[in-house]
Design a protein around this ligand. Structure first.
Ligand code: AMP
Ligand code: MG
Length: 593
């Protein structure tokens, strides 16, 4: 069967025998799909003759009177009915009746015998044979049977999974559509929307931690990631010692009134011999507990008369004594691999006596800017140009993330030059980042080059700022095409690039840290997309709670707003307004940008 060619828009069918519940499933799926921002058309094929309008209605009467096409229109909808007395209209013709500018996807119910991609629906109780694998248009199966197939299998009652599959299908189809059409300039041809989480998941699923590691001295280890877990070679504390300045004695003697002072022991020394009954030794914090002793009473509770010591407070057995191995026993894991080495970790590793550590190799990241209008700072600004700021923000964040940076500058607007540079970058670097030129409609050269590579997808993320994002791979190296707007660059970086870098570095905890704060003003957003505003959070001294307000101007080109901010305010897609006094999520920026 020849594959029916449908240009410009993804088409997906549901194939099943009647009684499987195609319409019921579609009816339940549509709200989930439209919630993700997809605009959907449905083509339903009926085997029987049908009428859309009822006998007696004007349109019915005019149709029956001889109108071979009848278009009825009102404020809320219009419908075109076309009489086809001789032959049923073909599938491609019907698909092209839809206004493709207004849709992201056409779902088809029926049309089982026409060749186009379909999900097969099957319920055991219906007792019908499978269309798959004899129908090779089936790209996935949704059923209530346990299956092991070559194609994706979905649980027929798991609407979320089916919805997610369809979204992925749309994204995939749209990128092939975009890739295969030479002059793309309209938004409807761009991939469908992905939520921030979906984008993150897709990215994180496709990047892996580097495997190579190196041994480096402690002096160079700050900011690196442990490649091997660290086990304690010693007991910590190494020996049982006093937690206080005071007097060491035997707990057997706690009922004595007076003790005989037999010596004193300083930190770094030890008491020679064993403590006898009724004896005590003056002891300093950190000094080893004398043999026989097991309890320390603090100096402030003691009275010394000559060589006799008495105590004002009751003591309990073992008090003020730190046992050997109490913090760490020999062989115990101190830090797991994947742990980021910062000040406390460095101190701890040093305290165990290690002079060097095994860490992951540094991640090499290639960065470049593109765009005819983009010009290097430090030169006289030409007409219609802007200075390249993105490369500098990106490099600075990469520096914080302890990456090795390969700065490829601003690539000349020449496809050959770009192709060569990207190719070289993919050999030299572990990851490639660029900014600008990835929106649908951008006629930038970079886009043509990436489209040719075939492995980079152009996404629209349901977020603001930072809606366009290109992600994929060039010679198996992850590639990020960030938006051009400077604030969008940073917001996209924090949400998508940073977790990917952290995962590639082998860090186990790679998602952005979030907190909640009380909004000190009303915050507006739009339902259906994640809104990232620049905010300033601080602790309210009276309540001890975090509060957050907006910085001034919020435009996505305004880097000042980023500079004034100490957090991003994240408003999730299901919320349109956060009222003053309500809680909102924040992503603190300290240590990050
Ligand atoms: P684009 O995504 O290429 O349409 O770019 C969106 C906006 O970001 C445009 O105003 C660009 O001029 C600007 N832009 C692109 N690249 C850079 C850059 N490297 N530095 C600063 N602004 C940029
Ligand atoms: Mg551009």
């Amino acid at each position: 069967m020849a594959i029916t060619k449908v240009k410009n828009i993804p088409v997906l069918g549901f194939a099943a025998y009647s009684g499987t519940g195609k319409t019921t499933l579609l009816e339940a799926l549509l709200p989930l799909l439209t919630d993700t921002g997809l605009r959907i058309g449905v083509l339903k094929h009926a085997h029987h003759n049908f009428d859309v309008d009822k006998p007696g209605k004007d349109s019915y009467r005019l149709r029956k009177a001889g109108a071979s096409q009848m278009l009825i229109s009102s404020r809320y909808r219009h419908a075109l009915m076309t009489e086809t007395p001789d032959e049923e209209a073909n599938f491609e013709y019907l698909i092209n009746r839809f206004d493709h500018q207004l849709l992201d996807l056409i779902l088809v119910e029926g049309c089982k015998n026409i060749a186009f991609p379909k999900i097969e629906l099957n319920r055991q109780q219906v007792g019908k044979p499978w269309l798959y694998p004899s129908d090779d248009n089936i790209i996935a199966v949704a059923s209530d049977s346990e299956l092991e197939l070559q194609i994706p299998t979905l649980e027929i009652n798991d609407l979320d999974a089916i919805c997610q599959f369809i979204q992925q299908y749309v994204v995939q189809q749209q990128s092939t559509i975009v890739n295969s059409s030479p002059a793309v300039c309209c938004d409807t041809l761009s991939p469908a929307f992905l939520s921030v989480e979906q984008g993150q998941q897709k990215i994180l699923r496709s990047v892996d931690a580097l495997t190579s590691s190196e041994e480096i001295t402690l002096d160079n280890a700050y900011g690196r990631v442990l490649a091997k877990s660290i086990h304690s070679p010693i007991n910590v504390p190494a020996y049982t010692n006093s937690a206080m300045d005071g007097y060491a004695l035997r707990s057997d003697d706690l009922d004595h009134d007076d003790f005989k002072l037999v010596g004193s022991v300083m930190a770094g020394y030890s008491y020679q011999g064993e403590l006898g009954a009724g004896e005590t030794v003056q002891i300093m914090t950190g000094a080893p507990i004398p043999l026989g002793a097991d309890t320390v009473i603090m100096r402030e509770q003691s009275t010394v008369k000559g060589d006799t010591v008495s105590f004002s407070a009751k003591a309990s057995k073992g008090q003020n004594v730190r046992q050997a191995g109490e913090d760490l026993e020999v062989g115990q894991t101190v830090f797991e691999q994947g742990c980021l080495v910062e000040a406390p970790e460095l101190g701890m590793i040093a305290s165990l006596g290690f002079g060097s550590v095994n860490v992951r190799r540094k991640l090499k990241v290639a960065v470049f800017s593109t765009g005819d209008e983009v010009q290097a700072p430090g030169s006289e600004l030409k007409a219609n140009s802007i200075f390249d700021s993105n490369r500098f923000t990106i490099k600075a964040i990469l520096q914080k993330l302890d990456c090795e940076i390969i700065d490829l500058g601003i690539l000349e607007d020449d496809e050959m030059v770009m192709e060569k540079a990207i190719e070289q970058a993919s050999h030299a670097a572990d990851l490639i980042i660029t900014s600008g030129g990835v929106s649908v409609g951008d006629a930038d050269f970079i886009k043509n080059v990436l489209e040719r590579s075939g492995n980079v997808n152009f996404w629209r993320i349901n977020m603001r700022p930072g809606r366009p994002l290109a992600f994929g791979s060039i010679n198996n190296k992850p590639f990020f095409g960030l938006p051009g707007n400077p604030v969008a660059v940073m917001v996209s970086f924090i949400n998508f690039v940073e977790p990917a870098i952290r995962k590639m570095q082998g860090v186990t905890d790679f998602m952005p840290f979030k907190a909640t704060a009380i909004a000190s003003e009303n915050l507006r957003s739009r339902q259906g997309r994640t809104e990232f505003s620049r905010g300033v959070y601080s602790m309210n001294n009276n309540t001890g709670q975090l509060e957050v307000r907006l910085t001034g101007k919020q435009g996505s080109g305004i880097l000042r707003s980023m500079s004034e901010a100490n957090c991003l305010i994240e408003i999730s897609p299901n919320i349109d307004t956060v009222k003053q006094g309500e809680y909102v999520t924040i992503i603190p920026l300290q240590g990050r940008i």
